[in-house]
Design a protein around this ligand. Structure first.
Ligand code: PGA
Length: 254
């Protein structure tokens, strides 16, 4: 964690939640997050609950994000949700290229880049997820994969698009697996990503938040956040438990 970059901790609820449990979780987060003033915290509920979350978080420091976004502005795209609709429901961020979308829905680097652009065009901050599979790591392709995923966005929208975006390094083998990358292994990838951006624009690279995701829990967050290029976390399973998620937020300033 570096003092030049405010930490960003995001809770990706994935396809979990219900009106009653969401209300209880958000109420606890709202109460508990008055202690985390020097950082940004956001929750990413499923689409149908964005309205509920926006109302329950009204006036709170907690931001709201969506888990996905369409590349299209409007029209005959059954099941899709446009970025402008997310803005109307109070979203500030949108995840793009989460590995579950890439693998379960065959999202390509090119499509993810278009989602990044669609989110930004509507005023959303895209959280671009990058990460290698276990097989790719085992053959030493981690950096090749994450750089390819990053380059798809840079080639299309340029380095200036990263002035208003967040990167999330999420090794696929660590997501929901109960095992996390070591702080050293994650730091090495975060640093490499930052250096890659710095080749094009050093000032943007310095300010760019690169958060880590993949089995972040209360008991490993502080070690991860101690690494100089890890600027926060994208949290899945542990974001569904208010005490656990608040403990991760508190680990930003131990
Ligand atoms: P996890 O998920 O914390 O449950 O590993 C992280 C993510 O998929 O964003």
């Amino acid at each position: 964690m570096s003092p030049v970059r405010p930490a960003f901790v995001a809770g990706n609820w994935k396809m979990n939640g219900a009106l009653a449990t969401n209300a209880a979780l958000l109420e606890k987060l709202r109460a508990g997050l008055s202690v985390c003033k020097t950082m940004e915290v956001a929750v990413f509920p499923p689409f149908p609950y964005l309205d509920q979350a926006a109302r329950l978080l009204s006036g709170a420091t907690l931001a709201l994000g969506a888990q996905d976004v369409s590349i299209h502005a409007a029209g005959a795209y059954t099941g899709e949700v446009a970025a402008t609709m997310l803005v109307e429901f109070g979203c500030r961020h949108a995840l793009v290229g989460h590995s579950e979308r890439r693998s379960l829905h065959q999202e390509t680097d090119a499509l993810v880049a278009q989602k990044f652009g669609a989110a930004q065009a509507a005023g959303l901050i895209p959280v671009l997820c990058l990460g290698e599979t276990l097989a790719e790591r085992q053959v030493g392709e981690t950096l090749t994969v994450v750089m390819r995923q990053l380059e798809a966005v840079l080639a299309r929208y340029g380095v200036h698009s990263l002035a208003n975006a967040v990167l999330a390094y999420e090794p696929v083998w660590a997501i929901g697996a109960g095992r996390t990358a070591t702080p050293e292994a994650a730091q090495a990838v975060h640093l490499a990503l930052r250096q890659q951006v710095a080749l094009r624009d050093a000032a943007i690279a310095e300010k760019l938040r690169i958060v880590y995701g993949g089995s972040v829990k209360a008991d490993n967050a502080a070690q991860l956040f101690a690494a100089p290029d890890i600027d926060g976390a994208l949290v899945g399973g542990a974001a569904l438990n208010a005490d656990e998620f608040l403990a991760i937020c508190r680990a930003v300033n131990p």
